[in-house]
Each structure stands twice: as structure tokens, then as C-alpha cells.
Design a protein around this ligand. Structure first.
Ligand SMILES: [Fe+2]
Length: 402
């Protein structure tokens, strides 16, 4: 199952406050399609299989400051992207920017009058097809209870869409996400009805459910009751949580004693990236491929936006977030190193691509696991060669020269 992830698009119209600074304009029809990240992706998907996927995922902040034009544009284009990539559906949720507008300048009477009768949540509820699900029942549940749960029978995967901005009518909650005990109780009830074998799940929400404060990204905005959500999911199968908001890609396991969900923080597709993060992150598009027949195991690929050139795989965030890496390896790295050493035997070296045929689980190694495997192999007198990034798989593994 392949998921194409677009988060934090922050689309605006040129006429919106601050619209001139937006990276994704909904009324930008320059001849060069590679000046618009979303239109460029749709064009590329028309002529190439590179971005093919089963589902489009949007983890919120479709727009900036609740621009009605921005939100309509992104929702329409996500469906165009669904059609061009051959995806079956779009899974989306709201971000703080989709539900909270800022008042216009005090001296702009016309804008103030318009603002008084503009409600971001109503703009979202009026979208066609319905947001976040074309199913009336699921969208109604999302708006009334803060979530909906869907079973993807073709893949035997559960998808839980959470509105982490459910309390954003409350101004003090504008800067952090939340999930209330009411919604947690409802989700617990729904999960308890699932069969024990159907235990792979995706949760999609905007805010980070656990701390994500490196690069001075701030620590006060962590989702209220986020750990309770993580613990609840952990009691009910294997989960991958996908969120946006930070504009800084990160892939980790949530903290806990056993099991624990993977948590994927998406980079921003076309939003501004500020502070120390600007020297690390760019605008990113991700695809997660899950080999569901084997459990929650798969590969994360990342493309970076190069203005004027389009989406390219060369750009990576840093060596913790390479352009491609796996997740879900559940073996013993020391034992794997010993098996590789035995397999190489008396040969001077063996290509990684050949080793992967013998040891297919190496496809699911996280960047830190690749680093650790490398250290175990070095202790056995082997070394990585090729690859300029310590977190990436090598070109080959060979005997150290004596
Ligand atoms: Fe954002």
C-alpha cells in the first residue's frame, strides 16, 4: 500500500493578507508549471509513474490563515492528483491554519464586513466532495465527534482520521492541538470492535502527539492528551501516526515500554520554513510504501521541491532523513551482521543489492539501524563502501584491508 503525503501546503490567493509571500498561490497561472509545487506535481504524475500511489494523504494546513480560495484550490487539486496518480481516495484532516483566520487590518472596512460573515469551519464543511470524506456519515462523525475510523478492506488496514483542531473555537487552543477524553473514549469503543487479527492502522492528524522540539521548534505546542492517544493505539495493534505542523520531517517510534507506534512528521509541501529548521529542511513530498502482508513494514521516500525544476529525489533533510529508508525491521542487528559476515565468506566484497536478496529484512532498516549495523560489521572486520551518507545503505560490504 502506497501513501503519497502532502502536508502543510499553506496555499493562498495573491489578494489574501500576506498572499504575496505564499509559496503556493491558488491564482498563479504562470506559464512555467514548475513554479507552482502542486500543479507541477500533477503535471509530472500525468507523464510518469514516479508518483503513483494508492492513497493521497494531507495532514492539514491546506491553506494559510483560513483563506477560502486557498482551501478550495487545494481540495480540488488533491482530487485531481488522486485521479492522475490512480489513487483510490484522499485522506485529509484540518490544520490550525484551515480553521483559524486572522482579522483584517482595522482600516479595511470592506474586508472587516466580509470577515464578520466568514467562518473557516463552514468553508470546510461546504467543500465538494465533502471534507474530509466523501461519505456523509464519516464527515458528520468527524465534525461532531472529532474523528472517523475507516476499514480499507482491500489492504486489511484501519485508518483513523483525527481532528486535532476540534477545540480551535477556543482561542487559547489556537497554538496547540488536542484530543479530548470524550473523543478518546469514542475511539476506544470503536477500536475494541475490531478483530484482533486486523491490527495494522494509520492515524492521520495535524499536530504532533509527542514532543518535537529540536531545532528550537518550541515545546509548548505538543498535542493535549497526545500520549493518551499513543497509548490507546498501542493497546490496539500496530500503528503508524502521520502528522504535520512542524515543517520538519522526522520518523521515530513513540516512547514506551513495548511495541509503540511509528510517528512520521511530514515536511511542509509548500509552506514557509523558518528559524534553524530553514537550514535543515526544504519543501518535501513523501511516499510511504507498506508491505502490509508482512505487517507494519515498509519504505519512506522523499522528494524535495526545487523551484523551476520540480520535485526531485536528491534533496534530503539531513542524514537522519535520507531520500529513502525503511522501517519495521524486528530482528537482531548483531545476528544479522554475523549472518552477513558468513554469507560473504572468503569473498573480498559483496554488493548490497545481492545481500538484500539473501536478507530481505534489510529493506526495513531505519537510518539509525543502518548506522548500528555498520558498527557491528566493522567489529567483524567488514566495512561499508560507496554511499556518501552514513545513514544510507552502502554500495557493497567488503573485508577490511589488512
Ligand atoms: Fe503548517
Amino acid at each position: 500500500m502506497r501513501l503519497l503525503l502532502l502536508s502543510d501546503l499553506h496555499a493562498q490567493s495573491k489578494k489574501d493578507p500576506g498572499g504575496q509571500d505564499a509559496k503556493l498561490l491558488c491564482d498563479d497561472f504562470r506559464a512555467d508549471v514548475n513554479a507552482n509545487p502542486l500543479l507541477s506535481l500533477i503535471e509530472s504524475a500525468k507523464s510518469s509513474e514516479e508518483f503513483s500511489c494508492d492513497y493521497i494523504v494531507c495532514a492539514g494546513d491546506m491553506t494559510n490563515r483560513a483563506s477560502p480560495d486557498g482551501v478550495r484550490f487545494v481540495w480540488e487539486k488533491l482530487h485531481d492528483l488522486k485521479n492522475t496518480t490512480g489513487a483510490k481516495d484522499v485522506f485529509a484532516t484540518v490544520g490550525n491554519h484551515d480553521v483559524s483566520s486572522r482579522p483584517p487590518e482595522k482600516n479595511d472596512a470592506a474586508a472587516i464586513a466580509e470577515h464578520q460573515d466568514t467562518f473557516p469551519r463552514e468553508n470546510l464543511m461546504r467543500l465538494a466532495p465533502r471534507f474530509p470524506s466523501a461519505s456523509e456519515e464519516k464527515s458528520d462523525k468527524y465534525w461532531s465527534h472529532g474523528y472517523y475510523l475507516e476499514r480499507l478492506n482491500g489492504f486489511s488496514v484501519n485508518v483513523l482520521i483525527i481532528n486535532s483542531c476540534w477545540l480551535h473555537e477556543n482561542h487559547t487552543d489556537l497554538y496547540r492541538g488536542s484530543i479530548t477524553s470524550y473523543t478518546l473514549e469514542k475511539i476506544r469503543h470503536d477500536l475494541s470492535a475490531l478483530s484482533a487479527e486486523d491490527n495494522i492502522g494509520l492515524t492521520i492528524l495535524h499536530h504532533h502527539p509527542h514532543q518535537h522540539s529540536e531545532l528550537s521548534l518550541g515545546s509548548d505546542d505538543v498535542m493535549r492528551n497526545g500520549q493518551k492517544l499513543i497509548d490507546l493505539l498501542n493497546e490496539n495493534g500496530e500503528w503508524l501516526i502521520i502528522h504535520g505542523h512542524k515543517h520538519h520531517p522526522k520518523f521515530v517510534k513513540a516512547a514506551g515500554q513495548i511495541g509503540m507506534p511509528f510517528v512520521m512528521a511530514c515536511g511542509s509541501f509548500s509552506g514557509q520554513i523558518g528559524g534553524a529548521n530553514a537550514s535543515v529542511s526544504r519543501n518535501f513530498l513523501h511516499r510511504i510504501s507498506i508491505d502490509v502482508a508482512k505487517g507494519l513494514k515498509g519504505v519512506v521516500e522523499t522528494w524535495a521541491w526545487l523551484d523551476g525544476l520540480g520535485w526531485k529525489k536528491e534533496g534530503t533533510a539531513d542524514n537522519k532523513f535520507p531520500k529513502s529508508f525503511g522501517f519495521g525491521f524486528d530482528g537482531d542487528l548483531r545476528a544479522l551482521a554475523r549472518s552477513i559476515e558468513t554469507d560473504i565468506g572468503g569473498q573480498p566484497a559483496k554488493k548490497w543489492i545481492e545481500l538484500q536478496k539473501t536478507f530481505p529484512e534489510t529493506r526495513y532498516l531505519l537510518p539509525d539501524e543502518i548506522r548500528l549495523l555498520r558498527r557491528h560489521l566493522e567489529r567483524l572486520g567488514l566495512q561499508f563502501s560507496g554511499g556518501d551518507n552514513s545513514a544510507l545503505a552502502p554500495y557493497e560490504v567488503g573485508r577490511k584491508m589488512k
